[in-house]
Design a protein around this ligand. Structure first.
Ligand SMILES: *Cc1c(COP(=O)(O)O)cnc(C)c1O
Length: 389
C-alpha cells in the first residue's frame, strides 16, 4: 500500500486538505531553535546575576541546540563570556567568526595549547602539567580550575597552593596571565554548596597570598545562579538555564523569565488503521486493545529519542497528546491516535514549550529515567537544527 493510499483511507473520516494547511510543508524531522528565546533567556539571566557577569555555556554543540547560532545570539543579547568544554569546540566558534571571550576547561594530555592561545581562548587549567604547557606557549591567558568537592578535574585543595605559587611565578616571568580562578558545584544540597564555598573562599585567600589577583572568580552554574546570590562572585556560568530548562526538578523557570529554546518535531510518515490485537513494533511490547489508528513518526533513538521511553512517552499531534506505543526503534516509532483524524505530513511535536501543550524535556527525562540535560544533548546529528530568528 502506498503512503498516499494510507493517508487517503484515514481522510475518508472527513478531514479535508484545506483543514490542514501545514500538511506537506513539514519536514521529516526538525529541531526548531528559538533564538529569540535564547536572547530573552540571556537577558533574564543577566538581570538575575547582575552585577556578576554571564558566561553562556555552549559546550556539546550548545547542549544539542547548535553552538554557533546559539553563541551568536547569546553574545548579541549581552552574554560577556562563552564557555565550552574543550578547545575543539572553542576553535569551531572562532572559525565561525565568534570573537567573544571564550573559556575551555577540559584537555587531553596531548592537546596543543598554541592555536587556542593564538585565537585568544582562555585555558581552564586543572593540573601542573597543563600549567607548564600553557606557560611554554607564552601569552596564554589562563583560569585556574579548583576541585572544591566534585572530585572531577581541577586542582584539589592539597595541590592548589603549589599551583598558585607556580602560576604566580610564570605570571611574573611574563609567560602567562591568570585571569580567573573557578570551581564547579555538585548540585547536591545547600549544605554541600556551603562546604564547597568554604573551600573556595580559603583557596582564593591562598591565591591572593601567592600574589595572584584574578579578575574573575566564579563558582555558580545555572542552579546556583538562580538560587544562591552568595555564590555568584564575578561571573555565573549558565548552561541549562540558557536553553530555558530547569536545572533541578520542579524549578519554575518561567518565574525566572526563561523559555525553552528547542522544539523537536517531525511529520507523520505513514498512517495505518489496525484491528484489535495487532502487535506493534519490535518485540510486540504493545498490542492494540481495540481497532485504532497508528501514526508512524520518523524519529528514533539514532535521533536522540530515548528508547527507554517506549510505551511511556506522549507526543502532540493537532493540539492533542497521544501515547507512543511499542518500542522506539532507531529511525521511527508509532503513536496510537485512536480515532483521531490524522494524515501523512501532519506535524508531530515530541518536546517543546509546555505552553503549546507539548510534552517537555522534563517529561521525556522522566519517561526515560534520565535528566533533561541528556534529552537535549543527545539530539542526533541527523536532525536539522532550524534556527528561528
Ligand atoms: C556544564 C558546565 C556548566 C553549566 O552547567 P548548567 O547546570 O548547565 O548551568 C558550568 N560550569 C561547568 C564547569 C560545566 O562543566
Amino acid at each position: 500500500m502506498t503512503r498516499g493510499a494510507e493517508a487517503g483511507r484515514v481522510r475518508r473520516s472527513g478531514v479535508s486538505e484545506d483543514a490542514r494547511p501545514e500538511s506537506g510543508d513539514v519536514p521529516l524531522r526538525e529541531a526548531r531553535i528559538d533564538l529569540g528565546a535564547v536572547r530573552g533567556n540571556v537577558a533574564a539571566l543577566r538581570a538575575l546575576a547582575a552585577p556578576a557577569r554571564l558566561m553562556a555555556v555552549v559546550k556539546a554543540d550548545a547542549y544539542g541546540h547548535g553552538a554557533v547560532p546559539v553563541a551568536r545570539a547569546a553574545v548579541e543579547a549581552g552574554a560577556e563570556w562563552l564557555g565550552v568544554a574543550d578547545l575543539t569546540e572553542a576553535m569551531a566558534l572562532r572559525e565561525a567568526g565568534v570573537r567573544a571571550p571564550i573559556l575551555a576547561w577540559l584537555h587531553a594530555a596531548s592537546t596543543d595549547f598554541a592555536p587556542a592561545v593564538a585565537a585568544g581562548v582562555d585555558l581552564g587549567i586543572s593540573t601542573l602539567d597543563q600549567l607548564e604547557r600553557a606557560g611554554a606557549v607564552g601569552d596564554a591567558v589562563v583560569q585556574l580550575k579548583l576541585d572544591t568537592g566534585l572530585s572531577r578535574n581541577g586542582f584539589p585543595p592539597g595541590e592548589a597552593p603549589a599551583a598558585f605559587a607556580r602560576a604566580a611565578e610564570l605570571e611574573r616571568a611574563g609567560r602567562l596571565r591568570v585571569r580567573g580562578i573557578f570551581s564547579h558545584l555538585s548540585n547536591t544540597s545547600p549544605a554541600d554548596d556551603d562546604a564547597q564555598l568554604a573551600r573556595f573562599t580559603v583557596l582564593l585567600e591562598a591565591a591572593a597570598a601567592a600574589g595572584l589577583e584574578p579578575e574573575l572568580r566564579h563558582l555558580a552554574a545555572s542552579e546556583a545562579a538562580a538560587a544562591r546570590p552568595d555564590l555568584r562572585f564575578d561571573l555565573v556560568r549558565a548552561g541549562i538555564g540558557l536553553y530555558g530548562l530547569p536545572s533541578v526538578d520542579g524549578q519554575d523557570v518561567r518565574a525566572l523569565g526563561l523559555r525553552p529554546v528547542m522544539e523537536l518535531a517531525g511529520s507523520i510518515a505513514a498512517v495505518r488503521r489496525v484491528p484489535a490485537g495487532e502487535g506493534v513494533s519490535y518485540g510486540f511490547t504493545h498490542r492494540t486493545e481495540r481497532e485504532t489508528t497508528l501514526a508512524l513518526v520518523p524519529l528514533g533513538y539514532a535521533d536522540g529519542v530515548p528508547r527507554a521511553a517506549s510505551n511511556r512517552a506522549q507526543v502532540l499531534i493537532g493540539g492533542r497528546r497521544h501515547p507512543v506505543v511499542g518500542r522506539i526503534a532507531m529511525d521511527q516509532f508509532l503513536v496510537d491516535v485512536g480515532d483521531a483524524e490524522v494524515a501523512v505530513g501532519d506535524r508531530v511535536v515530541l518536546w517543546g514549550d509546555a505552553e503549546t501543550g507539548a510534552p517537555t524535556t522534563e517529561d521525556w527525562a522522566e519517561w526515560a529515567g534520565t535528566i533533561n540535560y541528556e534529552i537535549v544533548a543527545r539530539l542526533g546529528a541527523r536532525v536539522p537544527r532550524v534556527p528561528v530568528p
